[in-house]
Design a protein around this ligand. Structure first.
Ligand code: AMP
Length: 284
């Protein structure tokens, strides 16, 4: 068994030059874009990429353009050494860790806007968020030129926005959707969970419990959304400080629906102790 070394790449040019011969040789390249402070949710994407691809590339970049003014950009958690250690253990080939200046030179003027899908849910309260996400991911796709990108359903709206961008712009890559990884008690793993005190973490559990109410309602044969949303809001507001949204939507258009159906999505964003948390489930 040969274990190859993880190679760190810091510039766009380094990534392009390093990957060029691999592209020419027809190697299948899997890519996992992240903002670092890696947890098992991220690592599940890396593991899947490792199983399916010959070359695995991970990026760690806290993308400033997807944070709105007043959000947590400056205190976003970071631990590059431990991230690299975990990626090494999983046999990742390349890690791209660009600086802000490398990704955005001082006169950056070009932005990607995926209409409609970006305006709803998280896009309403985080103005410009998905424009920042789509722009950085398009740049990363252009640099890495992956055959497949591994992304989590934890950020369901992000998945749909990026799938639409890839389709509309005829990009030569595809997204592999990966299920949300949860703590044993159901809390969706997130780098932002590190902001939570033990008491706040306990309250944060109600996001998942509230989502579960929708599944239980559907399983019991009820489908009416209006009264269900009222019950869910009542329940969630007992634990969180502020509800940003609870919505039940079509799983492709993200438009609200009146009756639960198989594969529709239930999504929540709420604040606990100043930390904004999101979670969602598919109704099955
Ligand atoms: P982030 O570092 O938050 O930008 O996330 C990088 C990638 O990891 C995105 O595709 C996320 O959807 C995915 N991700 C984050 N948390 C989880 C989780 N708990 N389960 C599965 N994927 C996740």
């Amino acid at each position: 068994v040969t274990t190859s070394e993880l190679i760190l790449l810091a510039t766009i040019q380094q990534v392009k030059e390093t990957l060029k011969p691999l592209h020419c040789a027809g190697k299948k390249i899997g890519f996992v874009p992240t903002m670092g402070y890696l947890h098992q949710g991220h690592l599940s994407l890396v593991e899947k990429a490792r199983q399916e691809c010959e070359i695995v590339v991970v990026s760690i970049f806290v993308n400033p353009t997807q944070f709105s003014p007043g959000e947590d950009l400056s205190r976003y958690p970071r631990n590059i050494e431990s991230d690299l250690e975990r990626l090494r253990e999983l046999g990742v080939d390349y890690v791209f860790t660009p600086t802000n200046q490398e990704m955005y030179h001082h006169n950056h003027l070009t932005w990607i806007n995926v209409e409609k899908l970006s305006d709803r849910l998280c896009g309403k309260s985080r103005v410009g968020h998905f424009q920042g996400v789509a722009t950085v991911v398009l740049k990363l796709i252009n640099v890495v030129r992956p055959d497949a990108m591994y992304m989590g359903e934890k950020d369901f709206q992000q998945l749909l926005v990026l799938e639409k961008m890839i389709n509309d712009l005829d990009l030569d890559t595809r997204i592999v959707r990966c299920p949300t990884v949860r703590e044993q008690d159901g809390l969706a793993m997130s780098s932002r969970n590190s902001y939570l005190s033990p008491a706040a973490r306990q309250r944060a559990l109600s996001l998942h419990n509230t989502l579960q109410m929708a599944q239980n309602t559907f399983t019991a044969g009820e489908t009416e959304v209006e009264s269900l949303l009222i019950k869910m809001k009542e329940h969630l507001s007992q634990s969180v400080d502020k509800i940003d949204y609870i919505e039940i939507v079509d799983n492709e258009t993200l438009e609200p629906i009146n009756n639960l159906n198989k594969h529709c999505r239930v999504l929540i964003a709420a604040f606990v102790d100043g930390t904004r948390l999101i979670d969602n489930i598919e109704i099955l």
